[in-house]
Design a protein around this ligand. Structure first.
Ligand SMILES: Cc1cc2nc3c(=O)[nH]c(=O)nc-3n(C[C@H](O)[C@H](O)[C@H](O)COP(=O)(O)OP(=O)(O)OC[C@H]3O[C@@H](n4cnc5c(N)ncnc54)[C@H](O)[C@@H]3O)c2cc1C
Ligand code: SF4
Length: 400
């Protein structure tokens, strides 16, 4: 087995490192790997945290094969450096030794409300606290983290790691108000009256559906199932023996793998894409196949009667009907901004602002609500950028 030091020793410490350019959060693996080689773990942790307040989470869930590791120079020689693994080692040491890396800035007297405590909201809070802003996060759920807590399965991201990262952001002086749904328990106008700026970071929390499944009593959405599995710590007593899953992305792979880990005997996954065009990462797909999930590619549902679904192949003349005890739809997530009365500006003002401003100059938006179903590291970067934009505007530098 390769040790972290041996893996770090393989790194070429490239000038102008391509791994760094490929990271959406602009983390600099070359710099933190160099620190690891000199056994300076604190220096390595500082480099990771400089750009990512959720570095321990990203070390576990980042699709590195799509980002830093795909760009790694060593990939063309004998395989990419295990950047995620080294980041995990550094952040594990940081936790073990209780290193305090991030610090709150001098209070500047201004306050920001953040709606939503997913990665975008949490990172925005960390960046704003470092700049001296007072931060209150309003979260509709009983726990913080968004899909980190209520989506990504425990076997990939332990709850203890999410709790640890959230606590570090609370320790910076961010205040989280739990069980408060903005638009229902409190209005946007209340927040606008109380704060200098409001960030809407509510993600994409509603499940997409296919009209024929809308009122089907045998059907549940992927995010509802995964949230229940996490909340109940894997003890679901309503699981039948034969489940049909529709969808072929990473969320679908989480569903089928979780079903298998919970002991469901027959898990069949029907996927629109063919294997050559699969959306799920290779790692997640292989994990599902290892668990014994039956994956059938290239089929679209054409009819549903109770628990019987008929599929047609997209390209060849083939039809099949599957009878299952339960159907889970994993075809993506969409925004539910009911009651928030926000309108994100598109293409009306310069690009830099389009991504974060709404029609109300006090209200900003970031994360999956703006960019769609993306990744944790992407939401982290957008959380940082919205905080910087607010600092620019409230700091009086808004000259546009
Ligand atoms: C099952 C699943 C697995 C995933 N796996 C990965 C992975 O392995 N790697 C990866 O990089 N990405 C993964 N993703 C994607 C990633 O989790 C998201 O891109 C990311 O969480 C988006 O962050 P966000 O902060 O914009 O929104 P979210 O994480 O959705 O957080 C939004 C928060 O806002 C809160 N909220 C919503 N409305 C209100 C309201 N009205 N008032 C108060 N609070 C509100 C919600 O409760 C939630 O806490 C996965 C997603 C899912 C669903
Ligand atoms: S691209 Fe690969 S080899 Fe080069 S610095 Fe980054 S991790 Fe090291």
């Amino acid at each position: 087995m390769t040790t972290v030091m041996q893996e770090a020793a393989r790194c070429l410490l490239c000038e102008d490192a391509p791994c760094s350019k490929a990271c959406p959060a602009h983390t600099n693996p070359a710099k933190f790997i160099r620190s690891v080689r000199f056994r300076n773990v604190k220096g390595a942790a500082e480099t990771i945290r400089e750009n990512n307040a959720l570095g321990a989470i990203c070390a576990r869930v980042c699709p590195t094969e799509r980002y830093c590791e795909s760009a790694c120079t060593r990939a063309k020689i004998d395989g990419p450096i295990d950047i995620g693994g080294i980041q995990r080692y550094v952040t594990d040491m940081e936790r073990k030794e209780n290193m305090q890396i991030l610090h709150a800035g001098k209070e500047n007297g201004m306050n920001v409300a953040i709606i939503g405590s997913g990665p975008a909201g949490l990172q925005a809070a960390a960046t704003l606290r470092q700049k001296g802003y007072g931060v209150d996060i309003y979260e509709k759920n009983a726990k913080a983290g968004g899909y980190l807590t209520y989506g990504i399965p425990e076997y990939r991201l332990p709850e203890a790691i999410v709790d640890y990262e959230v606590q570090r952001i609370v320790n910076l002086g961010s205040n989280i108000k739990y069980n408060v749904a903005v638009g229902k328990d409190i209005t946007m106008d209340d927040l606008k009256a109380k704060y200098d700026a409001v960030i809407v970071a509510i993600g994409a929390s509603a499940a997409k559906t296919i009209p024929m499944f809308e009122h089907n009593i045998c059907t549940e959405s992927a995010i509802s199932f995964l949230a229940r599995a996490k909340e109940n710590k894997g003890k679901l007593d309503d699981l039948p023996d034969n489940v049909l899953v529709i969808g072929g992305g990473d969320v679908a792979m989480d569903v089928v793998t979780t079903l298998k880990k919970l002991g469901v005997t027959h898990v069949t996954d029907m996927v629109y894409e063919e294997f050559s065009e699969f959306k799920a990462s290779k790692k997640e797909l292989e994990g599902a196949q290892k668990e014994g999930v039956t994956i059938v590619d290239g089929y679209v549902p054409t009819d549903v009667r109770q628990n019987k679904v008929t599929f047609k192949h997209r390209k060849i003349d083939s039809e099949m009907t599957i009878t299952a005890d339960k159907i889970i739809l994993a075809i993506g997530q969409k925004v539910d901004a009911d009651g928030l009365n926000i309108d994100i500006q598109h293409n009306e003002i310069p690009f830099r602002k389009v991504r974060f401003h709404t029609k109300d100059p006090k209200v900003f938006a970031t994360g999956d609500i703006v960019d769609g179903d993306k990744t944790v590291v992407y939401a982290v970067q957008k959380g940082k950028e919205v905080a910087e934009e607010i600092d620019r505007v409230l700091g009086g530098q808004d000259n546009d």
